[in-house]
Design a binder for this molecule. Structure first.
Ligand SMILES: NC(=O)c1ccc[n+]([C@@H]2O[C@H](COP(=O)([O-])OP(=O)(O)OC[C@H]3O[C@@H](n4cnc5c(N)ncnc54)[C@H](O)[C@@H]3O)[C@@H](O)[C@H]2O)c1
Length: 440
């Protein structure tokens, strides 16, 4: 039976390598669609947790804990640390992390290891699909050579290769997986057709066929688009502060002009993807020096330092300085209602504040060891600094906040508090992008 018919009949075994945010979501969704799925993950405790029917991700992730409980109890999803369990898989997805190093160059160790280990065990005719985000050219330069060497088979003869980058975001993993369109990049047309058949079992969005390199390019370009646009919003926010106007108001009015869609300014850009995907996009292109993309990265990376300067300015207004102060950072994840701290702007601001001699208290409802009662965690601080728009920080009781702080200083990096409310509650207030009127 042809692969497409076997997919329709649920007669293919699927392997998923890497059971992080992306891998556990797609593995559960495919298991929920009736496939027999084996997940291979190097972290033993994660494997044990999944096999016990528990969700390995904290934070609000609608539907995922229930789905994992269901598909593990039916044994449609089984996790393992052993690559040998992929020997009878007909389709294998690769969902390992693909970070960049401090010099902004890709670190594809996990991807290389996954290809080498998979190549040793994969069977004749397997379809391998890389879902991880990778630099344009990575399928051709890294994935194919490693799989061919380890397996002794040739691409498009002994195995086929596809690249179908994920578009999910923590907090909406299953929803995004189901609703968003996907690019099915195949090493040949037949492979793209098989990928469309497979993803159609879990995706309601559009499925576009392409080649692998186009798929690599699209994913890294869409995240770079976001980074550059956020950088523009952040730069505009800084200009608004300097000019003495409110960024939100300016943004709303600019966006009334046709074709304009200014993003939000904020305390920084974090997560596994946006800070590194622009570097993946421009990696390995001979003689090309990124200008705009590099400038956008620098602007976004500068935002936590700017937040620290806002804290400094607010403290100065009450005759205090950062050195010797105790400062409370609200939110340590990079994203609201998530436990994901990768490249978190909060980590960067904490480093700046500590470098300048502050003692820093941290609260986050989702990130250990900072969970627990907000008020007791930040009791006695000289200022509160909102870094993340967690639900728990919306509608903050400002009177209560003032009563637990040693001095009434509030700095808001996510537009959670209105300036007028902060003033009415008696705070010395700074908001990112909120200039204090200077002119007319
Ligand atoms: N997090 C997101 O929202 C998101 C969204 C879209 C795309 N992506 C991309 O998807 C990929 C995965 O991201 P993630 O957030 O799920 O990462 P993650 O770090 O949460 O998950 C990766 C998992 O792979 C495991 N792993 C590493 N090496 C392995 C190996 N050799 N064999 C088996 N398991 C191994 C890790 O232990 C980890 O659990 C990345 O390329 C990322 O850029 C992520």
């Amino acid at each position: 039976m042809h692969l497409i018919e076997r997919i329709a009949a649920r007669k293919v075994k699927i392997g998923v390598i890497g059971l992080g945010y992306v891998g556990i979501s797609v593995a559960s969704a495919l298991a929920g669609a009736g496939f027999e799925v084996t997940g291979v993950e190097i972290k033993q405790e994660r494997v044990a947790k999944i096999n016990a029917g528990k969700c390995p991700i904290d934070g609000i992730e609608p539907g995922l804990p229930e789905l994992i409980a269901k598909v593990t109890s039916s044994k449609n999803l089984v996790a393992s640390t052993d690559y040998a369990s992929l020997a009878d898989a007909d389709v294998v997805l690769i969902d390992v992390e693909t970070p960049v190093a401090t010099d902004s160059r890709p670190r594809f160790e996990a991807l290389r290891a996954a290809c080498r280990e998979l190549g040793r065990v994969m069977k004749e005719g397997v379809l391998v699909i890389v879902e991880s985000t990778i630099a344009p050219g990575t399928c051709a330069r890294i994935v194919v050579p490693l799989l061919e060497k380890a397996s002794g088979r040739k691409v498009n003869e002994g195995f086929s290769l596809g690249h179908c980058p994920e578009r999910v975001m923590p907090g909406k993993l299953l929803k995004n997986l189901k609703e968003l369109s996907r690019v099915c990049g195949g090493s040949n047309a037949e492979t793209s057709d098989a990928m469309v058949a497979l993803y159609r079992t879990i995706v309601e969005g559009k499925l576009d066929k392409a080649d692998c390199t186009t798929a690599e390019m699209v994913k890294t370009a869409e995240n770079t688009y976001r980074d550059v646009n956020i950088a523009f919003a952040n730069e505009l926010g800084l200009i608004c502060e300097a000019v003495g106007v409110d960024f939100r108001r300016v943004r709303d009015l600019v966006n009334e002009s046709p074709g304009r869609d200014v993003h939000f300014a904020g305390a920084g850009v974090g997560g596994h993807c946006i800070p590194k995907d622009p570097w993946l996009l421009v990696h390995g292109i001979e003689g090309f020096e990124p200008k705009l993309i590099a400038a956008a990265r620098a602007r976004n990376d500068s935002m936590p330092l700017h937040m620290a300067r806002l804290v400094e300015s607010a403290l100065e207004e009450i005759g205090k300085r950062i050195y010797g102060s105790t400062l409370a950072v609200l939110g340590y994840a990079y994203l609201e209602n998530s436990d994901d701290t990768r490249n978190s702007p909060s980590e960067a601001i904490v480093e700046h504040l500590q470098d300048w001699g502050a003692k820093v208290l941290i609260h986050d409802p989702w990130v250990e060891p900072y969970t627990g009662d907000l008020w007791s965690r930040i009791q006695g601080a000289d200022a509160a600094i909102i870094m993340v728009k967690h639900d728990g920080y919306q509608n903050l009781d400002l009177a209560k906040l003032k009563s637990v702080l040693a001095s009434p200083v509030l700095v808001d990096g996510r537009h959670v508090v209105e300036s007028a409310d902060a003033a009415a509650a008696g705070f010395v207030f700074r908001g990112l992008g909120r200039g204090r009127p200077r002119y007319l």
